[in-house]
Design a binder for this molecule. Structure first.
Ligand code: DAS
Length: 302
């Protein structure tokens, strides 16, 4: 195999984070620039030509449409470049599932696109960023990674963007997949895929739009009244995702308030607040004009 040419887009997060101590919990994400990071990677001696670009250097709680647009444009250019074999995006772990899924919906699948993060900052004892990045290089260099949609590599596992969710606040094993678990296992020197790629040669399914509509998520809880709906929805609201109880349920007065909005043409999606919530379409959804999110969690359904 020829030495792969990989393009790295850095956005910040804990993988680029630093602290004043190797053992204390507090640190600042997005401190290491792409040049310094690629210098650390170079010391690993992995055969690959890496080109880097800094898209942002933030904690991913500040990720949003403006950076997504820059990132989408930059990745699209790389995919179109015949000399580029694969793309890696470094990203904070808090919203990596949202960025990955947005890219999955709006990029073609002709080349590997892999997002990667870390749970411990670069100065911490047991920094997982370099290990995860070396794994991401292994995935992005593999022609078989193309056609699987956008992928996320964390903790020696490869997840499809559609499935992955952050499920723990701490520890290097902080991600899970639903409804599929990881689609591959990876180390810096090995890669095993489970199952066939599912989007071979596909174009992007939706055009990327920078003016993303205003779609709030309503987190349902016991004792909720329709007032919560009224407080959440403004003139700008284009749709609502319900993070519902169990299989996307909500108190009846809340359902009635939302059904009245749906009757006026507002898209209303029923998802679940549970970690592994499959929300099936029910006969009442026809009556209420609700959409069932199926296996998408509320933040992806949004
Ligand atoms: N600092 C948080 C973020 O940027 C957490 C992380 O990266 O792991 O999402």
């Amino acid at each position: 195999m020829n030495t792969p040419n990989l393009t790295v887009f850095a956005t910040g997060g804990t993988i680029a984070g630093k602290a004043d101590s190797a053992t204390r919990h507090d640190y600042r994400p997005g401190q290491i620039g792409i040049a310094e990071f690629l210098g650390l990677v170079e010391e690993l001696g992995i055969a690959a030509n890496l080109t880097g670009e800094q898209i942002a250097n933030i904690g991913s709680e500040d990720m949003g449409p403006e950076i997504w647009q820059r990132l989408h444009l930059a990745i699209s250019k790389s995919i179109a470049d015949p000399d580029c074999d694969g793309v890696i995006v470094t990203h904070g772990t808090d919203t990596v599932e949202e960025t990955a899924f947005l890219l999955d919906l709006t990029l073609p699948t002709s080349k590997p696109v892999v997002l990667v993060g870390a749970m411990r900052p670069a100065t911490a004892v047991g920094y997982d960023g370099l290990r995860n990045f070396a794994n991401a290089m292994r995935v992005a260099s593999d022609p078989d990674a193309a056609g699987r949609g956008v992928l996320v590599v964390m903790g020696d596992r490869v997840f499809a963007a559609r499935d992955i969710r952050k499920s723990r606040t701490r520890g290097t094993d902080a991600f899970q997949g639903f409804p599929r678990a990881s689609v591959g296992l990876v180390t810096p020197s090995s890669l095993d895929w489970f199952g066939a790629p599912w989007r071979v040669g596909e174009e992007a399914r939706f055009p990327f739009r920078a003016d993303l509509p205003d779609v709030p998520i309503l987190f349902v809880h016991a004792g909720m009244t329709p007032d919560y709906v009224a407080r959440l929805v403004t003139d700008e609201t284009c749709g609502v995702v319900v993070s519902g109880l169990g299989e996307g349920n909500m108190p009846d007065p809340v359902r009635q308030a939302l059904a009245a909005m749906a009757a006026e043409g507002m898209p209303l999606v029923r998802a679940s607040r549970l970690d592994e919530g499959l929300v099936d379409r029910e006969p009442e959804d026809d009556e209420n004009r609700f959409v069932a999110a199926r296996a998408l969690n509320p933040q992806k359904a949004r």
